[in-house]
Design a protein around this ligand. Structure first.
Ligand SMILES: Cc1cc2nc3c(=O)[nH]c(=O)nc-3n(C[C@H](O)[C@H](O)[C@H](O)COP(=O)(O)OP(=O)(O)OC[C@H]3O[C@@H](n4cnc5c(N)ncnc54)[C@H](O)[C@@H]3O)c2cc1C
Length: 242
């Protein structure tokens, strides 16, 4: 490990132990990270981690040493958090999660971003693929019970979906090929007239879907920028988006 990497590891990143690893669907792993620092973290639903999956691996470029993963659940009393990693990419993050072992140390940094819980609307529409499911789950769990929540969560495979913490299935699941813009728009057309006034849409996952839907909500449905929350999690032409 180079000097710079050693400094980053010790000064910039926090350490956690992999306390639990479980394959929760045909292509998704749940990982529980435990650390004293999680107890003291200033956390809000929507925060994510920059996980140093390749720190210490000299065969990887700097770009491939880190990947972002959303916090799916957190227990600050016990000092642990859960993330859910989809493996459809077959990339370095996907290989890491398949091979990592309980008891190993992993290094991470907190990220806040702006894809966060916004409780100001009366109704919500959640749209995303498997990579975004845990992020949308935690936002949904933290919305007050009186909010209307509609959803379009999609995957190519039925066996790839996983339930939320506690086994609940709050979202509608659809089996669609990658980048299914037209199918999603058809469903959006049916759902949006049923949404109560003062609405917000969360769109995450495939960047092509985020871009196309952002355009559709703005130009065709005339929603304001404040009502459309998008976060590209991956892009077919890029590796490790953020
Ligand atoms: C804020 C944020 C939060 C994120 N949270 C999560 C999360 O909670 N869970 C999660 O699984 N991912 C999440 N991601 C995506 C994650 O950071 C990685 O980009 C993803 O896991 C792919 O990394 P990789 O190293 O396996 O593949 P890469 O080496 O980055 O990519 C290899 C190839 O696979 C493609 N690819 C990447 N992701 C997918 C996919 N889901 N389906 C199909 N093809 C894909 C890429 O376009 C590329 O062509 C998040 C991203 C961001 C920006």
């Amino acid at each position: 490990m180079g000097l710079l990497e050693n400094i980053i590891k010790k000064v910039v990143l926090e350490a956690a132990i992999i306390e639990h690893k479980e394959k929760i669907s045909a292509s998704v792993y749940k990982i529980r990270l435990k650390s004293e620092s999680i107890k003291k973290a200033d956390f809000k639903p929507g925060y994510f981690l920059r996980l140093g999956i390749g720190i210490g691996n000299d065969n990887l470029s700097m770009k491939d040493k880190v990947r972002s993963y959303s916090v799916w659940d957190i227990n600050q009393t016990e000092g642990y958090l859960d993330i859910a990693i989809a493996t459809d990419s077959k990339g370095i993050g996907s290989q890491w999660v398949a091979n990592c072992l309980v008891g190993e140390t992993v290094y991470f940094k907190w990220k806040k971003g702006n894809f966060l819980l916004d409780e100001t609307a009366e109704s919500y529409l959640m749209i995303g693929d498997l990579s975004a499911l845990s992020h949308l789950y935690i936002l949904n769990r933290n919305l007050p019970n009186n909010k209307q929540v509609e959803s379009i969560l999609y995957s190519e495979s039925q066996s790839a979906f996983f339930d939320d913490i506690g086994g609940s299935k709050p979202f509608n699941r659809y089996y669609l090929k990658q980048n299914p813009i037209n199918e999603i728009i058809k469903k959006v057309k049916k759902i949006t007239p049923k949404l109560k006034e003062n609405k917000i849409v969360y769109i995450a996952g495939d960047s092509r879907v985020c871009v196309a839907l952002n355009k559709y909500f703005r130009n065709e449905l005339n929603w304001s920028a404040k009502q459309i929350k998008t976060k590209p999690f991956w892009n077919p032409d890029k590796k490790g988006l953020e």
